[in-house]
Design a protein around this ligand. Structure first.
Ligand code: AHN
Ligand code: ZN
Length: 330
């Protein structure tokens, strides 16, 4: 049995001090008792939802398919339209079974001349297999990936739209990584190391800008499902504890404590690990995870149920507004 989630022992949790507060400005569409005012724009959850739906409408974004190509073109064009400098990084990557994947990382840079940068990222491909589906007849059915894939990208496109309208103090890079979710399926009995996160592995070795770095990175992975919970992911705590504490504290300030749980979750193999390992950028993963469940992931995970029915604007809002607030406090 392949162990994707594991527990880290002997792990020291660092706490960072309080985050800065700003005393100016009116509350801007923040739900539930804002305790701090901020200059962050309002994250429009309807817009983010539409961005999620637009991706799903292409069909499963499985590498080497027309839907994947068309959606990639859409994402690049949209980033450009919103004012980003767009880089498209194409690579042929080898999957666990030897399949050659025509992959594309899509990068949008805002305020590219600014040397102070924050990196935001998500994966835009969707899983070719419903290998956790209750019905084994569907193990090889590609999933919609409304949450697993499209939600993070949708939230980041809405963040890009806001950044394009109001420039923050820091430069922002948004990366949509490809081929994250083509990892060895449950129905295959062999283990291939590093079969997940192929796009981020490639980028970490070949960044779009030589010697690329950023203050820190935030990964949005499965950030749109109804009833999602974001526990503090253990690799994030290990390498970027102050960022985790800052983000979770901002979320609590904004009234989103029911999503951002003030407790440790599991350690998850995800794009943030490769970005950290390859570029030495401290990265955190905001990911729907529940340490109480069997796999740690929700019941729709890698099943046909990960469709638009699964998406809740309230969850998108909690994550999107929190990330915007973090950016505009810099
Ligand atoms: C693994 O299952 C190895 N990692 C979870 C990362 C992931 C998959 N995120 C979405 N799908
Ligand atoms: Zn997945």
């Amino acid at each position: 049995m392949i162990r994707l989630i594991y527990t880290l022992l002997g792990f020291a949790l660092l706490s960072c001090g309080s985050t800065g507060t700003k005393e100016n400005g009116a509350s801007q569409g923040i739900t539930k008792q804002p305790t701090k005012t901020a200059a962050a724009p309002v994250f429009d959850a309807d817009s983010a939802y539409t961005y999620v739906a637009n991706q799903v409408a292409f069909g499963p974004r499985v590498p080497n398919t027309p839907a994947h190509k068309a959606c990639g073109d859409y994402l690049a064009a949209e980033l450009q339209r919103l004012g980003a400098k767009v880089y498209q990084q194409e690579a042929t990557l080898t999957a666990y079974d030897g399949t050659r994947l025509e992959a594309r990382n899509i990068i949008g840079s805002f305020d590219a001349a600014n040397s102070e940068r924050i990196l935001l990222f998500a994966h835009w491909d969707s899983r070719p297999y419903a290998d956790h589906d209750p019905d084994p007849a569907h193990y090889k059915t590609p999933i919609d990936g409304a949450d697993d894939g499209a939600s993070g990208v949708g939230a980041l496109l809405e963040i890009a739209r806001q950044i394009g309208q109001k420039k923050p103090n820091v430069g922002i890079d948004i990366i949509f990584f490809d081929a994250e979710d083509y990892g060895t399926p449950e129905f295959v009995n062999s283990f291939t190391p590093n079969s997940w996160c192929l796009g981020s592995q490639f980028w970490a070795k070949n960044p779009h800008v030589p010697n690329y770095t950023a203050r820190y990175g935030i990964l949005l992975d499965m950030v749109g499902a109804r009833g999602a919970t974001f526990f503090k992911e253990l690799q994030s705590l290990r390498f970027a504890a102050p960022i985790v504490e800052m983000v979770w504290s901002v979320a609590r300030d904004l009234g989103y404590g029911k999503f951002f749980i003030n407790a440790d979750g599991g350690a998850i193999t995800d794009d943030h690990q490769y970005v950290h390992a390859g570029r030495n950028i401290p990265c955190i993963d905001i990911i729907n995870y529940d340490p109480e469940t069997k796999s740690g992931f929700a019941d729709y995970w890698h099943t046909r149920k990960d469709n638009m029915e699964n998406i809740d604007k309230e969850t998108l809002k909690a994550v999107g507004q929190t990330v915007l607030e973090v950016i505009y406090r810099e």
